[in-house]
Write a protein that binds this ligand. Structure first.
Ligand code: ATP
Ligand code: MG
Length: 199
C-alpha cells in the first residue's frame, strides 16, 4: 500500500495544501494522505508560528470532508524540532508494508538538500514535488550537484494551481481583507473566533 505524507506549518491550512494532497492521492494511487503539522519548525526560526493547538485544530476541521485524509500530531507532540527523516522513519515503523510518498511544494523541495540527513530521507521514501504557482521547479537546478540522488528520485507532478500561501492569508486577515474561498469555511470561522493573525 502507498501512503502519502504532507508536512507543513499549516498556519493556516488552505486550498493549496488540500488540492495538492488530493491530486497526489489520485495520481499516485495513495491509500491515504496524512497531514503532519510541524512543531516549531527548524527552518522558520525568524517568525512566530501560531501555537500547535490552533494549527492542529484548523487541519482537523479542514480534513473532515475527505475520508482519505488523516491528521497526525506526531511532530507537535515530539519535544524540540522535528526532522522529516525521523517522521518518515516513524511512519515506516507504524506501516511496515507501506511505500511512503512525501509530498512537497516546489519551494519546499528546493530546500531538501539542506534538510537534516537528506540522503537518509531519500532512502526511506519517495519525494513528490508539486509545481506551485509563483515558484519554479527549475529553481532547484543549481543544487542538483549537491545531492544528485535526490533529483533522480523526485517525482514531479502538475496540479491545478491554487496561488495562495499561508503568509498571504495571515497578511490579509491582518489587513481586514476577505480570505473566503482560499480555505475551507470552518477554518475561516475558526480564525475569526480565535482572533488569529490580527496582531
Ligand atoms: P507559509 O507561507 O507560512 O510558508 P505555505 O502556504 O507555504 O505557508 P506550508 O505550511 O509552509 O504552507 O507548506 C506545507 C507544504 O505545502 C509545503 O511543501 C509547500 O510547498 C506546500 N504548499 C503550500 N502552499 C501550496 C500551494 N498553493 N500549492 C502547492 N503546494 C503548496
Ligand atoms: Mg511555506
Amino acid at each position: 500500500m502507498r501512503l502519502g505524507l504532507i508536512g507543513g506549518t499549516f498556519d493556516p491550512i488552505h486550498y493549496g495544501h488540500l488540492v495538492t494532497a488530493e491530486v497526489a492521492r489520485y495520481e499516485l494511487r495513495l491509500a491515504k494522505v496524512v497531514f503532519v503539522p510541524a512543531g516549531q519548525p527548524p527552518h522558520k526560526p525568524g517568525r512566530q508560528v501560531s501555537p500547535a493547538l490552533h494549527r492542529v485544530a484548523m487541519v482537523r476541521l479542514a480534513l473532515t470532508s475527505n475520508p482519505h485524509f488523516e491528521l497526525s500530531t506526531m511532530e507537535v507532540e515530539r519535544p524540540g524540532p522535528s526532522y522529516t527523516v525521523d517522521t518518515v522513519k516513524e511512519f515506516q515503523r507504524l506501516y511496515r508494508e507501506a511505500e511512503i510518498w512525501f509530498i512537497t511544494g516546489a519551494d519546499a523541495v528546493a530546500e531538501v538538500p539542506t534538510w537534516n540527513r537528506a540522503e537518509e530521507l531519500l532512502q526511506l521514501c519517495r519525494l513528490v514535488a508539486v509545481a506551485r504557482p509563483g515558484y519554479t521547479l527549475r529553481g532547484c537546478a543549481g543544487k542538483q550537484t549537491e545531492l544528485p540522488d535526490l533529483w533522480r528520485k523526485i517525482h514531479v507532478m502538475q496540479v491545478p494551481g491554487v496561488a495562495v500561501s499561508s503568509t498571504e492569508i495571515r497578511e490579509w486577515v491582518r489587513m481586514g481583507k476577505p480570505i473566503k474561498y482560499l480555505l475551507p469555511e470552518p477554518v475561516e470561522e475558526y480564525i475569526a473566533q480565535h482572533g488569529l493573525y490580527c496582531g
